[in-house]
Design a binder for this molecule. Structure first.
Ligand code: DGJ
Length: 728
């Protein structure tokens, strides 16, 4: 059993194949963390217990003020002597926010139970997950806290979440309830996180951890373009291939905080959960509150090891779509081809050319509903724009299906335009604060998804459309951040609950959608990659990674995302040049190479592409299909970081059985008289012999130790794809 409780030392020990996580119950009944890191055998439990001596174990016996700050709580209470980042703040009936809780019991069981109303990791086959629940109680208020842990048998991953339960008579108000905190051993660490903005999301940033508090967070109602709820803490000398790395991501898509605090104790405290800024939740007698789940990954083999574990967890235990292990159809999306300016004939001419090139699905983006010719109107009116599609788009869908192509459709279900039939009928259905002006973003307001009647109305329209036309794919967009989060329904203490209730509402509709239409390919999107997270991947196997379709910008965007998310979850398209976001010209081969490992497609007007480029598309599609098993299911290695230089980026996939590898290299700016790049491959069988597609043979050891010289081609933005198969 990977989870054990040792009575003699009152120690809990959670083991994955290569990591150990442990904590113990003090004599007073407090829960203290002892260790998270590389695996240690049970015979060393006594040493783990000795780690206790490094910090305060008793409250009553405390002498000297300084000692108080040395607690290493497994879940940190507030206002009882630990002055680091608290995990939980709950106001009692007098408004006092002290939390203080003691161990009362635990349960260890095989498998994993779902979390109410929230996306979460799941067991994929019998015996692959074990779970632990620790019960804590605050005697004064009657607050019961259940710390939930799950341990994956084959992966170095542990999940944590927390359930709060009011067992008392008086109403409590939760002001902060994080999902996880861990006090790491003292040492020298860096924090890795993602930052960006619209069209330049997910750039990796690595900074040394200093004393104080450093965190990434969002209050935008979504994970955001500005950052991501994935982050990692690593040894300051950790690289892609060596060093201790602790990764964390939330299975959540709303407001969050993820950070690390370093105080006088010198134990860096990693923490993550719902952002307490603006948050409050009224907990009446018998009420419960479930936090989102945090996925924690430990790697002793550097940052690359952490990423590969996250990819496996997300592929196997987060994404539910039946498409996750299937090669997804190559699509063409009309957004960058037409924007709002189209009619049936124009769309069909693009679709016909796409069919000739071997593209399998046509996706109709924005502009097909209400009376939408620009972004000023109609969100909420999910019926077909008659002027563009007289008699509905049955004709368009039929024609596309007749071509042998699938049809997909864009929605933005969480938004409302002030100029819409819906707004005129229900002006109070948007988020608003009475007496305050509402802010528009992209000329639209946000629907109040905390209200069931609002969700039901939108979903009924979507359901009707999806039931009447043969729509096999939906792109679910979300184009503005939330402001004026409020309504007149929630009371004084519950206004701060609306943002989380909104998120639960979004999950409710996504769940209905994928339950009612189980074969639908759902692609999430939020003005590009504004909501790229494990919460969304629970419903959709792919997310549009960025509105920036420029191949060179995509190098950094996809590199950053790959720290946590598998490439197969990143929507990636080949678009036209000059690129609409950057004005850059790149060869179509490079655009294809960069998009190839993702959920691949095209986003351009094929009627405007040169014959020479068009002629290359069938080969590109063949390439995508040929390598899709490998890029979808294989292990991923970052060989060069594009954000480090303007020279080149390189990455590699290796099949799980090490029989096949694909290497991609994209040079950025060409420089004369600079030596060619030597790429040292990773993850191969050193004993095996591999052949490239020209029949040249190399040992795995040579490819990994000496590397291969990638011939630099003259010119900027050139891509090379190298493929190796193991010889029998
Ligand atoms: C933002 C998305 O990211 C784009 O791909 C496109 O769907 C537009 N919205 C449509 O308005």
């Amino acid at each position: 059993m990977p989870i054990n409780f040792y009575e003699d030392t009152r120690t809990f020990k959670l083991d994955t194949p290569n990591s150990t996580y442990s904590f113990f119950v003090t004599e007073e009944g407090l829960l203290y963390h002892t260790y998270y890191g590389k695996f240690v055998p049970d015979t060393d439990l006594i040493c783990l217990a000795n780690i206790k001596s490094d910090f305060t174990t008793g409250r009553v016996s405390n002498s000297g003020l300084g000692a108080l700050a040395k607690f290493r709580f497994e879940y940190v209470p507030y206002n009882t002597g630990d002055w680091g980042e608290p995990s939980v703040i709950v106001a009692d009936k007098n408004g006092n926010p002290t939390t203080d809780f003691y161990y009362v019991g635990h349960r260890i069981y095989a498998g994993k139970e779902p979390l109410a109303a929230l996306p979460a990791t799941f067991s994929a086959e019998e015996g692959d997950v074990s779970s632990l629940e620790i019960y804590l109680e605050d005697k004064l208020t009657g607050l019961k806290i259940t710390l939930k842990y799950s341990v994956f048998e084959k992966l170095d991953a542990i999940t944590r979440s927390v359930l709060l339960e009011n067992m008392g008579q008086d109403t409590l108000v939760v002001r902060r309830a994080l999902s996880s905190n861990i006090d790491l051993a003292n040492g020298s660490y860096d924090m890795i996180a993602l930052h960006g903005d619209w069209a330049r999301e997910s750039f990796m940033e690595r900074l040394p951890i200093r004393h104080g508090n450093q965190a990434v967070s969002s209050c935008e109602g979504k994970t955001s373009h500005a950052t991501n709820n994935f982050y990692a803490v690593c040894d300051s000398d950790a690289t892609e291939t060596h060093g201790n790395v602790y990764g964390s991501c939330l299975v959540y898509s709303g407001n969050f905080v993820s950070g690390v605090g370093l105080g006088c104790s010198e134990y860096p405290r990693m923490y993550t959960g719902i952002n307490p800024v603006g948050f409050s939740w009224e907990l009446g007698a018998s009420d419960t509150f479930q936090t989102p789940e945090a996925i924690l990954v430990y790697s002793s083999e550097g940052i690359g090891g952490m990423s590969r574990t996250f990819h496996d967890v997300i592929r196997t235990h987060i994404i539910r779509s039946p498409w996750k292990h299937r090669c997804r159809p190559v699509l063409i999306n009309n957004w960058e081809a037409t924007y709002f300016d189209f009619n049936t004939e124009k769309l069909l001419s693009i679709a016909r050319q796409a069919k000739d090139a071997g593209i399998e699905m046509f996706v109709l983006d924005d502009g097909w509903f209400g009376c939408r010719n620009d972004d000023s109107n109609s969100l909420g009116d999910w019926f077909v724009f008659e002027e563009k599609f007289p008699g509905g788009f049955g004709h368009l869908v039929d024609e596309i299906n007749k071509l042998g192509m699938k049809f997909g459709l864009w929605f933005e279900p969480e938004m409302i335009s002030p100029n819409s039939e819906l707004y005129r009928a229900h002006p109070d259905w948007c988020l608003h604060v009475k007496g305050r002006d509402g802010h528009l973003g992209r000329r639209q307001l946000v629907l109040d998804y905390s209200r069931k009647e609002v969700r039901d109305h939108i979903y009924a329209q979507m359901h009707k459309l999806l039931s009447t036309a043969n729509i096999e794919y939906v792109k679910w967009d979300h184009n503005r951040s939330w402001t004026e989060v409020g309504n007149e329904i929630e009371g004084y203490h519950s206004q701060g609950s609306i943002a989380h209730k909104m998120m639960l509402g979004v999950y409710d509709i996504m769940n209905r959608l994928v339950t009612d239409f189980p074969n639908l390919i759902l692609e999430n999107c939020a003005g590009g990659g504004g909501r790229f997270d494990a919460g969304m991947l629970y419903y959709s196997p792919q997310i549009w990674a960025s509105d920036d379709s420029d191949a060179i910008m995509r190098l950094s965007i996809q590199h950053g995302l790959s720290l946590c998310y598998p490439c197969m979850s990143m929507g990636s398209h080949v678009s036209i040049c000059p690129n609409h976001q950057t004005g850059r010209y790149t060869p179509i081969e490079t655009r294809c190479a960069v998009a190839l490992p993702g959920a691949f497609g095209y986003e351009l007007d094929l009627t405007k592409v040169s014959d020479a480029e068009k002629a290359m598309i069938p080969d590109q599609i063949e390439l995508y299909k040929k390598y899709n098993d490998l890029t979808r299911e294989g292990d991923y290695f970052r060989l060069a970081n594009p954000t480090d230089s303007d020279k080149y980026s390189a990455w590699q996939f290796v099949s799980k059985d090490k029989s096949e590898a694909l290497v991609e290299l994209v040079s950025v700016l060409y420089r004369p008289s600079v030596p060619n790049v030597t790429l040292k491959l990773r993850g191969l069988d050193p004993e095996a012999v591999y052949a490239d597609d020209n029949g040249n043979k190399y040992s795995g050891a040579l490819l990994m130790n000496a590397g291969i010289v990638a011939n630099g081609s003259w010119g900027d933005f050139k891509a090379q794809i190298l493929h190796f198969t193991k010889c029998e």
